[in-house]
Design a protein around this ligand. Structure first.
Ligand SMILES: *Cc1c(COP(=O)(O)O)cnc(C)c1O
Length: 480
């Protein structure tokens, strides 16, 4: 069994084994023509269940053969130009190379004595990101597993910095389009169900700052304490960017923490054409970025940045076996002092390789391309009488709904749209997302693949219309 351990004697085995895995994936990518096969959980579950985990196959080739059946054949492939559903990006090759290196070397970024140079690379990337945001000389941060964890940590810091320790009095303000991890974080932080105050959005799905100002004033008048204002720079559904300068001003006026959730919009930090859309983000006390959304990085790659490094002390605990107090005096950089995690992947290496090979402009141009594509997709949808499209996109999502000319029952139209989404997924020809707007069923394209064309968008709209019409045909016949 020792022949399976990666060490000085097994370098050749490692090379062969990983190369074979890379070959399989490369073949899959080169021959897969659809984002999905349409397999159902009922079809796939027995295949996975039938595998006896107590009878190993002994070698990698056999295990890879088996993996074709249980995973590779039926996986949902984000590199497909017709994968248009969630905030998943096709990944760039330098990052995948970084991933292969980081898992083989297997550094753990909690302490210097488990990572050495890895710690310094992560710190450089944090500084690089903070500088692009404009957070100033005292900024710091740490890589996290995703936007959810970044938001949780930012709100933890905000809670600790708040002007009261009475949790029942604390309020968080975020728009009705903000990510659900804000609510989840509030609960995890011990705040009550009333803690998150939902601020209405305007027609472009951006937070109404007049309503925010009124809510903050009401909070103060009721003797409650504003703990944080969460501005979203790129809402998950609409890609809308809250008015950051106005929100910063209000946060300053009411002396409350300003967090910017840029999990999606962070790609603008590298954009040669659209960086200005994030103007005002430099006033934030903390920022969430998800490199695994708009920097074309493999999952996971995310970070939380803070204006004042000292606030990260709220995540600092010392253990004799890991990061004893003396290491602070000895100026040994232990990233665990800033993180909610202990053992932690060296995800930063993927972004490092990306920047060293492609450069920031290269990544930013890819993001600009998908934003351009979304603008072109909006033109298509707005001109198409079969569809109602909600907002002209600032980033790269389109929310729309099929509206048949002959049917007026909104509930039936809801069902037709939901059916179209499901039928499309079952066909495997394309994958789109869904959401609700004003209680009604809508469909969503999240465009993160520069290989997707307007022809792809047009073709998928035809497929959706076809499925919806077929559904309505059948249901109207039954009704009559
Ligand atoms: C995706 C997203 C998150 C959550 O990030 P994960 O990486 O999925 O945990 C938070 N906020 C916004 C606006 C998002 O789009």
């Amino acid at each position: 069994m020792r022949s399976h351990l990666l060490n000085d004697m097994t370098a050749e085995h490692y090379r062969r084994s990983v190369t074979e895995g890379v070959e399989r994936v490369a073949n899959r990518l080169a021959t897969t023509r659809r984002p999905f096969t349409g397999v159902t959980p009922d079809q796939l579950a027995p295949v996975v269940s039938a595998i006896d985990l107590d009878r190993p196959l002994g070698d990698a080739s056999a295990a890879l053969d088996e993996l074709e059946d249980v995973y590779l054949r039926d996986a949902v492939y984000f590199h497909s130009p017709r994968y248009l559903a969630h905030l998943n990006c096709p990944v760039v090759i330098p990052a995948v190379l970084g991933e292969a290196v980081l898992s083989a070397v297997n550094s753990s970024l909690d302490t210097w004595d488990q990572s050495a140079g890895g710690t310094l690379i992560e710190r450089r990337l944090i500084d690089w990101t903070a500088q692009r945001i404009g957070l100033g000389p005292a900024a710091d941060g740490v890589f996290t597993s995703g936007g959810t964890q970044s938001n949780l940590q930012a709100l933890l810091l905000a809670r600790q910095e708040a002007k009261t320790t009475d949790l029942a009095k604390l309020r968080i303000f975020s728009s009705e389009c903000s990510h659900f991890s804000v609510q989840k974080s509030a609960t995890l932080l011990g705040l009550g169900p009333e803690a998150v105050v939902s601020i209405p959005v305007d027609r472009d799905k951006r937070m109404q700052t007049v309503a925010l100002a009124a809510a903050l004033e009401r909070c103060r008048a009721e003797g409650l304490v504003p703990m944080a204002v969460v501005a979203t720079a790129g809402t998950t559904d609409f890609g809308s960017i809250d008015p950051l300068p106005e929100i910063a001003e209000l946060a300053g006026l009411y002396e409350t923490w300003m967090h910017v959730d840029a999990a999606y919009g962070c790609g603008l930090l590298a954009s040669p054409a659209r960086r200005h859309l994030l103007d005002g983000i430099e006033h934030a006390d903390s920022v969430t970025v998800d490199y695994h959304k708009s920097f074309f990085q493999p999952v996971s790659s995310s970070a939380v940045l803070v204006r004042d490094a000292a606030t990260l002390r709220h995540a600092t605990y010392h253990a004799d076996y890991l990061n004893p107090r003396r290491t602070v005096e000895e100026r040994i950089p232990n990233q665990v002092d800033k993180s909610l995690q202990t053992t932690r992947r060296f995800d930063a290496l993927k972004l490092w390789m990306t920047l060293r090979v492609m450069g920031a402009d290269g990544v930013g141009q890819l993001f600009d391309e998908v934003c351009d594509l979304a603008a072109a997709g909006w033109e298509l949808l707005a001109a198409d009488p079969r569809y109602d499209v909600v907002v002209r996109p600032q980033l790269s999502t389109l929310v729309y709904r099929y509206i048949p000319r002959s049917v007026t029952d909104p509930a039936l139209i809801d069902r037709a749209n939901l059916h179209a989404r499901k039928a499309l997924f079952a066909s495997g020809e394309a994958v789109v997302a869904g959401t609700k707007v004003g209680g009604r069923q809508y469909l969503k394209f999240t465009l993160l693949n520069p290989e997707t064309t307007t022809e792809d968008i047009a073709a998928v709209l035809d497929l959706i219309a076809g499925h919806a019409e077929q559904f309505l045909g059948e249901n109207l016949v039954h009704a009559s």
